[in-house]
Write a protein that binds this ligand. Structure first.
Ligand code: PLP
Length: 460
């Protein structure tokens, strides 16, 4: 028996796995020194909304494992589909070759997406999809003889991923500022974030007012701007800040008027998260590029896609010697197993009337989470569909946050883990973004544990 097998047989409890982990694994988005204090949770199995550790401890996955899971862990239907595909074909390169899952998935996505998005280009994670959309937009303008259009307009507090191009068009300074010398220069416009609305102002009114900044930026930069990139309705990594669909309506009209592309990054909000299949639908708009990942495979396997239009596709369709093809690729582009998980996901949407069921669930989620609004350290509870967020602050009236160094949110995280709920506040914003298979009773548990955590984290 090899050394590893021996150790696996010996390692039965959480602590032993954690020790082995900490000897070699460098975790994402983590100050590893935190784990001198903070327990790491080794997960042995998952079922539905539950994750289970090596000692039988269970955690309700209230954040859908970083916003990817839609229909629970170890979902029987997705498992069966992927298992069947595994016996047939695990991977083939997508240049010069194709396969049934990618063809069927492209047909299904273009049928579901806002009308006019007829072409799917695949990658294997969200950041790479953003890179694809950015490069394609830039390259489109070159191909149609407008090479001056090289810049991107983005919103403050936006997030589009961690690779250098995606980081450049994002704006969360915690992730970005250190790498600034490596990043392309972008045009940043104030976000329509409705947490910043005036007292008594409606979400729509605030968004209309904020749009003046975008209109001004487009007027000034249209000659050099390739695209505007936004996260429709919710800036998720930017503390779940939200805005009204009217902003997207105004943006679509202005982008058309100024001849600038609109990139909708629906990586987090796509697939029913905000109540409609795609968030853009709430503004009745069609972006020029729509980036999808995360829920695309129900969080099963890494896959992303950029949907775009016939005019964009045609601008690249030419004789090879003109050298204007989109020569971008990733090794695992359009992986058959991942595409199969995506097809099984869409199948569940079709047969189970997921969006209708989510309407009832999100009404319950909204009702219960708004009860937290009366807490003396909660400035706002906001919601779009199956995302609800609770803004914890030091001063409720002045909306003044706690000093970030106090890491109050971390106390909430630790308390919730002890109560068997995985909440992962962003700073001091507690949010709920559960798998769609959650029950009303499980929502109640999630809210109750959050209430206790907020109480504990704000009592001094
Ligand atoms: C998660 C996310 C990304 C990046 O996706 P990865 O798969 O983590 O690279 C991009 N945009 C948005 C809106 C996201 O939420």
């Amino acid at each position: 028996m090899g050394n590893h097998a021996t150790m696996a047989a010996m390692t039965t409890d959480n602590a032993a796995w954690v020790a082995r982990d900490l000897a070699h694994v460098w975790h994402p988005c983590t100050q590893m020194k935190d784990h001198e204090q903070l327990p790491m949770i080794p997960i042995r199995r998952g079922e539905g909304v539950w994750l289970e550790d090596f000692e039988g401890g269970r955690y309700l996955d209230a954040v859908s494992s970083w916003w990817v899971n839609l229909f629970g862990h170890a979902n029987a239907r997705i498992n069966a589909a992927v298992r069947e595909q595994l016996e047939r074909l695990e991977q083939v390169m997508l240049a010069g070759f194709t396969h049934e899952p990618v063809i069927r998935l492209s047909e299904a996505l273009t049928a579901l997406a806002p009308r006019g998005l007829t072409r799917c280009f695949y990658a294997d994670n969200g950041s790479s999809a953003v890179e694809v959309a950015v490069k394609m937009s830039f390259h489109y303008w070159r191909n149609v003889g407008r090479p001056a259009k090289t810049r991107f307009i983005t919103l403050s507090n936006s997030y589009h991923g961690e690779t250098l191009g995606a980081l450049a068009v994002g704006n969360v300074q915690l992730y970005k500022s250190i790498y600034q010398p490596l990043l392309m220069d972008v045009i940043t416009v104030p976000s329509p974030d409705c947490f910043e609305r005036e007292p008594g102002e409606s979400w729509a009114g605030h968004c209309r007012r904020k749009f003046a900044h975008m209109e001004a930026a487009l007027r000034e930069h249209a000659h050099e701007a390739a695209a505007v990139i936004v996260e429709p309705l919710v800036q998720c990594a930017g503390s779940m800040r939200m805005y009204d669909p009217v902003y997207l309506e105004l943006l679509r009209e202005a982008c058309d008027r100024h001849d600038v592309h609109l990139i909708a990054d629906e990586i987090a909000v796509g697939f029913g998260r905000t109540g409609t299949m795609f968030a853009c639908e709430q503004a009745h708009i069609r972006p020029d590029f729509m980036c999808l990942s995360k829920g695309l495979t129900s969080g099963y396997l890494p896959l992303s896609t950029v949907l775009t239009t016939e005019p964009v596709y045609e601008a690249f369709y030419d004789e090879y010697v003109k050298l204007n093809a989109f020569l971008h690729s990733h090794s695992f582009t359009g992986n058959p197993l991942a595409c199969t998980a995506a097809l099984a996901t869409l199948d569940i949407f079709r047969t189970d009337d997921v969006l209708a069921r989510n309407r009832a669930l999100s009404a319950h989620l909204g009702r219960r989470s708004r009860e937290l609004e009366s807490h003396p350290h909660v400035a706002e509870v906001r919601q779009h569909g199956m995302i609800a967020a609770v803004e914890v602050v030091r001063d409720k009236v002045a909306r003044q946050p706690y000093p970030w160094q106090e890491r109050r949110g971390l106390k909430i995280y630790r308390h919730a883990l002890g109560r068997g709920v995985l909440l992962r506040p962003i700073g001091d914003v507690v949010y709920f973004m559960p798998p769609y298979v959650i029950t009303p009773e499980q929502i109640d548990l999630m809210i109750e544990v959050a209430r206790e955590g907020i109480e504990l984290a704000t009592c001094d």
